[in-house]
Design a protein around this ligand. Structure first.
Ligand SMILES: *Cc1c(COP(=O)(O)O)cnc(C)c1O
Length: 428
């Protein structure tokens, strides 16, 4: 395939945008080459500026669960735009989507809309701190909760007591309030709580991890977190920015029947427009301004175009009783097909899937946390990524990303993908 026009556009972009991209994951830094510039997308396919077509497994990093340019969402945005694009005043639409979201997700009474997943998680933590009157939070290595300062903390051997900033610009003062734990290691969490008695406001977790590849929670892990939080007066925050309205109507709380105290959303909830949200029982949400002391605000929060898109998306998911089973069946089919050809080609790999999330790690050992996720062979991944791209299949340009299955994918698309994996993995 030729990527001439994309290369040209990237060179122009680099002059005026840092790294040529508005979010680092879009760059091809981990795999080499220049990013593909998209011209349009429809259903399961992306079309780039050079006229190439790709089967898309990124789907805007999750939102396009029903495929690109999904007609009910596009129509809702267009008709809403004609009525005015922003007012900074309440609209009936906000109550409509809030009521629908609250009816779909267990254990939440009220929801507030923001503009991104980052904002949702940042606000959820502030709310948890205000509600509990405690400062520290526990997060897990390899879990991503957006780019706000408190979350940009990575593992280090000394991390059992104090995290260390992994991005310049995050102050030591901020970092010391984020304690780092290992995913799927409940003992580790219990130790951190014991060492910081009465100081922890919240544990924030991706209840199915998706930002170090897809990693399901071990049996008992989420239950253990729930119990520890209940025992120690800590709020359990499920970051369902990726999993919400994707793994089930009610997200992971419904899938595994575990109750979180605060839930955050993004991605699917906006139907492809910039939307995030956080939600909890009324007692907690009523701590927010204007009725409570915790301040949180946004000029464009609840924006009518964004709400119209989100509402159309949630309605579609709510009204299609079989959609999540259909997505899981497509994912299982793809996983089984890839498993078969990689085995036949004697490649070391592990495939993890939950619902419509799937990741292929190029290492034979089980992937259960950040350390095991990091064992994947990046040289193989680079070959895999470029081979797939040239075959007309777009997966994320990083070995640490989950692939997102959309309902727009046909079984013929999945067969085409499996055949490409077969061909590409013969060249490893
Ligand atoms: C994408 C993501 C975020 C951040 O959302 P943005 O809209 O990119 O700010 C937070 N948490 C999780 C689990 C995510 O996958």
């Amino acid at each position: 395939m030729l990527y001439q026009r994309s290369s040209q556009l990237f060179a122009e972009a680099e002059k005026v945008i840092p790294g040529g991209v508005n979010s680092p994951v879009r760059a091809f830094k981990a795999v080499g080459g220049t990013p593909i510039f998209v011209k349009s997308a429809k259903g399961a396919y992306l079309y780039d500026e050079d006229g190439n077509r790709f089967i898309d497994y990124i789907n805007s990093w999750g939102p396009m669960i029903l495929g690109h340019a999904y007609a009910p969402v596009v129509d809702a945005v267009i008709s809403r735009a004609r009525l005015g694009t922003s007012f900074g005043m309440p609209t009936a639409l906000e109550t409509e989507i809030a009521a629908l979201a609250v009816s779909m997700v267990p254990n939440i009474d009220k929801i507030r809309f923001v503009n991104s997943g980052t904002e949702a998680c940042m606000s959820a933590v502030r709310l948890a701190r205000g509600f509990t009157n405690k400062d520290k939070i526990i997060k897990f290595a390899g879990c991503y909760h957006g780019h706000s300062d408190s979350f940009l903390i990575q593992a280090g051997s000394g991390a059992i007591t104090f995290g260390s900033p992994n991005s310049p610009g995050v102050t030591a003062g901020t970092a010391k309030d984020t304690l780092l734990a290992q995913y799927n290691d409940i003992e580790n969490v219990a130790d951190l709580i014991a060492a910081n008695a009465n100081e922890i406001a919240a544990i924030i977790v991706e209840p199915v991890a998706g930002n170090m590849g897809c990693i399901p929670p071990n049996k008992g892990f989420l239950e253990g977190l729930r119990q520890l939080c209940t025992d120690y007066g800590i709020l359990l925050i499920f970051d369902e920015v990726m999993t919400g309205f994707r793994l089930a109507r009610g997200g992971v709380q419904e899938l595994y029947n575990i109750k979180a105290d605060i839930v955050t959303f993004g991605k699917v909830i906006g139907g492809g427009l910039p939307v995030g949200a956080f939600a909890a029982r009324a007692e907690i949400m009523n701590y927010l301004a204007p009725i409570g002391p915790v301040y949180q605000a946004g000029t464009l929060s609840g924006n009518p175009l964004a709400m119209a898109a989100g509402l159309a998306m949630l309605k579609a998911l709510n009204e299609d009783a079989a959609v999540f089973e259909r997505l899981a069946a497509k994912t299982a089919y793809l996983a089984a097909g890839i498993d078969k050809v990689l085995r036949a080609n004697e490649v070391d790999f592990t495939i993890n899937t939950v619902g419509s999330m799937i990741s292929v790690h190029f290492d034979a050992s089980a992937v259960v946390d950040f350390k095991t996720a990091a064992k994947g062979d990046n040289e193989i991944f680079k070959k895999f990524f470029h081979g797939m791209l040239d075959a007309g299949i777009y997966i994320a340009p990083s070995a640490y990303e989950t692939w997102f299955i959309t309902d727009a994918l046909s079984y013929a698309d999945l067969d085409f993908t499996i055949a490409a994996v077969d061909q590409v993995s013969k060249t490893f």
